[in-house]
Design a protein around this ligand. Structure first.
Ligand code: ADP
Length: 250
């Protein structure tokens, strides 16, 4: 369980990114975080794997206080949390399979990592991850030959290869056309359902959030203004989140 207790974040320049966030997310939930640009969606997601440090309150994942982790314990903790970005973050001149296998590097002896010699079981699990996101036939293709949607699927497969318990995604479909965005959201949904991996993603397309997520968290100026089932989101909720400019992205 991910538990935010009165969490706040003040950036060094004094900007209040998060303010008094109280949320709990159970294992296996699919949560979409919605809000205007600058509302704090990305800050919220990034506190969970401590890409961003909180400045107030308490944040725990399965009882572990995220703020106390350092060194090897922090690295181990981060291995359980996959992260997907809008910009895919792949090595575009390497093959799809090589990209997925990089997820295994932290678990390997140095010589294997340096030589790129992976145990057969790692290769098999990387291929299984590619199969799960429907791009197994691209395993030996260079990433720069793939479409944006296919590249995001490679990123998803790479995350799966690290056997995460939670996947965080920061605007994962913002760079994709509407049809491809749906395909990638289908992958998230399938992974969430079949593997019971918690999925928490930021998304500024309200329609996709409502269609795919079980639960929606609306934030505005760093505060939670709505937290409930996707089918409870009505015009009043959208007004609370977007200030009467439903669907707008300021
Ligand atoms: P969103 O993801 O909803 O667009 P962010 O979490 O990126 O919002 O930003 C929330 C607020 O924090 C914004 O006012 C933004 O300008 C500010 N912010 C984000 N990152 C930083 C930073 N590194 N330093 C200072 N302010 C930041």
């Amino acid at each position: 369980m991910i538990l935010f207790e009165h969490v706040g974040k003040t950036y060094p320049n004094g900007v209040r990114g998060l303010d008094d966030i109280c949320l709990s997310v159970e294992q296996g939930e699919f949560v979409a975080v919605i809000g205007l640009s600058g509302a704090g969606k990305s800050t919220l997601i990034r506190t969970i794997n401590r890409m961003i440090d909180i400045t107030d309150g308490r944040l725990t994942v399965d009882g572990t206080d995220v703020r106390t982790l350092k060194g090897a314990a922090l690295r181990r903790f981060r291995r359980r949390i996959g992260m997907i970005f809008q910009s895919f973050n792949l090595v575009t001149r390497a093959t799809v399979l090589q990209n997925v296998l990089t997820a295994r590097v932290p678990d390997l002896p140095l010589w294997r990592a340096v030589l790129g010699v992976f145990p057969q079981e790692d290769t098999l699990s990387a291929l299984a991850a590619l199969d799960r996101v429907g791009i197994l036939e691209k395993a030996y293709t260079r990433v720069d030959q793939l479409s944006g949607g296919q590249q995001q699927r490679v990123a998803l497969a790479r995350t799966l290869a690290q056997n995460p318990q939670i996947i965080l995604a920061d605007e994962p479909v913002a760079a994709l056309d509407p049809v491809t965005a749906r395909q990638v959201m289908d992958d998230f949904k399938r992974i969430n359902r079949d593997l019971r991996i918690t999925v928490l993603l930021n998304i500024h397309h309200v329609d996709l959030a409502l269609e795919y997520a079980d639960r929606v968290v609306g934030i505005r100026a760093g505060r939670v203004v709505f937290d409930g089932a996707a089918d409870q989101v009505d015009q009043a909720v959208l007004d609370a989140v977007y200030g009467g400019k439903a669907g707008a992205d300021a």
